[in-house]
Design a protein around this ligand. Structure first.
Ligand SMILES: [Zn+2]
Length: 310
């Protein structure tokens, strides 16, 4: 592999010497068909040298769905070649900073990207620890108390903004509920357990494919298994190693739980993301534990990885 990598690097160097523009990340993911691109494959730790959680679903060259927008992912969004004029819908799994910190950066960029139609935003309701989705968006942008109220036109009906942000709180239980649909896609959610924090997992049905995002959860209950049933691609969060206990285990699912859910739901492919310092370097152990339960293909995500859904 190092030799192949070396050849590719040499080729890229030659290409960039003669064609300097080529080095500027042309959009390569999802130009035909359906693909999931990982914008951020890390968790909250900056030392993992990964952007925090964010995903794009591409359909025939258009980024149609954004899931989460953790720190660093706005840069990856630009690198992916996506435009904020493209998404039909924005989905939040929950409001920890590693899932929502770059949201304002995406929205300000949209100001310059010729978006003309509303952006529906879905996420969980609130509790004493977290705002609801509607509160979160208003806390950022509404007048007079929002942190970035200079963009409050985006929340005014008939305001002077280019378009409107349309936040919604999703009331879901363990049975999948439909939260959004248009001619091309339908989005379903279940509530998942993530410590004391309201959190959702999502299934996107698009062009006959099922793509499921676990979000952060400890895997308790059967909602996620129902949601992930027969998924073509299941993106699960590899935030804790096997044997995790206490707070970590109340927040996240270890590999054995990921493998059990993937097997029971009969998913076709498993992608592991939200990789943290406590799981990075343990890929062999993680994979071995998952394989005790799940026989399908397992892939570890890195920033900007593209997973076509065939
Ligand atoms: Zn997280």
């Amino acid at each position: 592999m190092p030799l192949i990598g070396g050849r590719i690097n040499t080729l890229l160097l030659l290409v960039s010497l003669f064609f300097p523009c080529v080095a500027a990340f042309p959009q390569a993911c999802g130009s035909t068909g359906i693909a999931v691109q990982v914008l951020g494959s890390g968790g909250p730790e900056l030392q993992d040298k990964r952007a925090s959680t964010s995903y794009l679903i591409w359909q025939n060259g258009r980024a149609v769905i954004i899931v989460d927008s953790g720190g660093g992912s706005a840069l990856r969004f630009g690198e992916s070649g996506a435009q904020m004029s493209q998404p039909d819908v924005f989905l939040f799994s929950h409001f920890h900073i590693d899932h929502s910190g770059d949201f304002p950066a995406l929205i300000f960029s949209s100001w310059f990207e010729d978006r003309k139609r509303p952006l529906p935003i879905y996420g969980p309701p609130g509790n004493q620890f977290m705002p609801s989705t509607t509160e979160f968006v208003h806390d950022l942008f509404s007048d007079p108390h929002g942190a970035w109220r200079y963009l409050s036109d985006l929340l005014q009906p008939g305001g002077n903004g280019n378009y409107q942000l349309q936040p919604h709180d999703v009331m879901a239980g363990s049975t999948p509920v439909r939260v959004f649909s248009n001619a091309d896609m339908a989005v379903y959610a279940v509530r998942v357990h993530h410590g004391a924090f309201p959190a959702l997992a999502y299934r996107v049905e698009i062009a006959g494919k099922r793509i499921v995002f676990s979000g952060d959860t400890n895997g308790e209950g059967d909602g996620l298994t129902h949601l992930a049933s027969n998924a073509d691609l299941f993106i699960a969060h590899n935030a804790v190693p096997e044997g995790a206990t206490g707070v970590e285990r109340n927040l996240h699912m270890p590999p054995s739980v990921i493998g059990t859910i993937a097997a029971n739901a009969q998913v076709k492919q498993l992608v592991l993301s939200h990789r943290m310092l406590r799981t990075l370097g343990k890929e062999n152990e993680t994979q071995a534990e998952i394989k005790r339960h799940f026989a399908g293909p397992i892939m570890f995500a890195n920033d900007l990885d593209c997973f076509p859904v065939k």
